[in-house]
Design a protein around this ligand. Structure first.
Ligand code: ZN
Length: 68
């Protein structure tokens, strides 16, 4: 088997703050290697939330032309 290539589309994924429902959550620290916890903070209200194994904003890739 060898190399294959296909066209994909990058999409930005953001998480809107659960508290103020306006600000975007931004990663504010490094991941805890044992738990996967990644600290985030809302850019508007300062609400802090931890996500596991994922951080925001991030870039995902979809097949070209596919909807989210
Ligand atoms: Zn907020």
């Amino acid at each position: 088997m060898g190399e294959i290539r296909r066209v994909v589309q990058p999409i930005e994924v953001n998480y809107i703050c659960d508290q103020c429902e306006h600000g975007m959550m931004h990663k504010v620290g490094e991941m805890d290697e044992s738990t996967g916890d990644i600290p985030h903070k809302c850019v508007i209200c300062g609400h802090q939330q931890t996500f596991q194994w994922v951080s925001y904003p991030r870039i995902d890739y979809t097949d070209e032309g596919a909807s989210l």
